[in-house]
Design a protein around this ligand. Sequence first.
Ligand code: MD3
Ligand code: FE
Length: 217
Amino acid sequence: MTTDLFACFPEARASREEMAEGAVLLRSFIGDSEAGLLAALRDIVAQAPFRRMFTPGGHQMSVAMTNCGSAGWVTDRSGYRYDPEDPETGKPWPAMPPLFRELADRAAQSGGFSGFEPDVCLINRYVPGAKMSLHQDKDELDFGAPIVSVSLGLPAIFMFGGLKRADKPRRFRLEHGDVAVWGGPSRLFFHGVAPLAEGSHPAMGPQRLNLTFRKIR
Ligand code: MD3
Ligand code: FE
């Protein structure tokens, strides 16, 4: 019988890798928070279900999304915005769980950014075939604050370009439990996610979730 050391002891994978100036990849950073994160996610999704939104160009996104925090990122035929209410229910988005805040702040700290106070957590769900085209995140007011991302479930190939759309992206495989911090000069770098490969994750099933923590005001 063989044993997958990294599956049994995820912390054995823990490492810190600089992807670019201001961008740090913290492998397996979620550690003991996994069960708490998944329980809190179940709660959020029960109040604000995942939905596939439409871009201003009229295309339906392959990624399904929801949010928690004092606002949420939404897109429809009229454009992109951060909205304090879930347009599907007319209610405020679920509050950001303290565990989310604490994890994001610890990660930002490890990435070299102190006192990160995210007000929004966008939650993306990818099923096999879903992707996110190359884009910049610039709907936030304060580019001095980093974005922190948490990957759960199936692995994804993250494409990390530069300040210009034409800059050739480098590829990083993001796995269950990995956390990344994107700040400083890399905050406005183009990035995307390649179509998710088929598969099933032991804890998450046939999907990938990505949480991005943002300070929008
Ligand atoms: C680098 N999400 O929601 S997270 C997004 O995996 C988004 O779902 C991807 O891009 C995902 O906007 C990537 C990693 C990420 C997030 C924001 C960034 C990388 C970033 C902002 C600037 C540079
Ligand atoms: Fe993005």
